[in-house]
Design a protein around this ligand. Structure first.
Ligand SMILES: NC(=O)CC[C@H](N)C(=O)O
Length: 235
């Protein structure tokens, strides 16, 4: 049986995932994915591959995580290694699920402000305007409790927590959503004086978070991503 296959009602379906391993907490994502898989009723068996080259972006991957880092450097790396088009093709393919965290959110966005001098490219897949370093620079990094209302994210078997502790590291924010297909999953209001900004959303088979769930013990977002993959596999 091919890796990453499954049929309706399969228990222990096998899933093949990629985590872009250019920068950032790609190992932490792998650990969180495996722990999250153990919490799902289908208990999927995961094969997780590190993606560094265009040849690693293969159609048998069912999910791909683009972790944090520096989107300026990552976009240069993708361009120099001819990975942009293979990634755009892969992300656009039916049944493929993508999750961008922080710099990954920026790389997936169609529009961005506060680019580095001289500009930077993006994969241009989500109908959003993202602001780089919206909350400031490294020294301004912070954690914040994010109100969670989405039922699939609330169903934490242990605590039914209605907040998620977001870790924001030189984080972006979504200033504008330019398509009704974008479903806002979390917003953050830093003070009464400023409007809330979107920090997590889903657009079809793409999930984006401005914060780093992989740096916490709370696996709800990794479970949600795996459920998106299982949903596309119809298992
Ligand atoms: N933690 C992160 O991924 C930081 C993102 C970074 N500030 C950028 O612009 O890409």
């Amino acid at each position: 049986m091919l890796a990453g296959s499954g049929s309706l009602g399969d228990s222990n379906p096998s899933i093949t995932l990629g985590v872009m391993a250019v920068q950032g907490a790609f190992l932490e994502h792998q650990v969180s994915l495996q722990k999250a898989a153990e919490q799902l009723s289908q208990r999927p068996s995961l094969t997780v591959r590190e993606v560094r080259h265009a040849d690693d972006v293969t159609s048998d991957l069912q999910g791909l995580i683009i972790p944090g880092g520096e989107s300026t450097t990552m976009s240069l790396f993708l361009r120099c290694n001819n990975m942009e088009e293979p990634l755009r093709d892969w992300i656009g393919q039916e049944n493929h699920v993508t999750w961008g965290t922080c710099a990954g959110m920026i790389l997936l966005s169609k529009q961005m402000e506060h680019q580095k001098e001289g500009g930077q490219s993006s994969l241009g897949m989500t109908d959003t305007l993202v602001s780089r370093n919206y909350f400031g620079r490294q020294v301004d990094s912070f954690e914040a409790d994010l109100p969670i209302t989405h039922p699939r994210l609330l169903n934490d078997p242990s605590t039914k927590k209605e907040y998620f502790r977001g870790v924001f590291i030189r984080a972006p924010a979504v200033l504008e959503v330019t398509d009704p297909a974008v479903e806002v999953l979390a917003s953050l209001r830093l003070s009464e004086k400023v409007a809330p900004v979107v920090v997590a959303f889903r657009q079809g088979r793409i999930l984006s978070t401005a914060f780093h769930p992989e740096l916490t013990e709370d696996l709800r977002w990794h479970r949600y991503f795996l459920e998106m993959v299982l949903g596309e596999m119809k298992v």
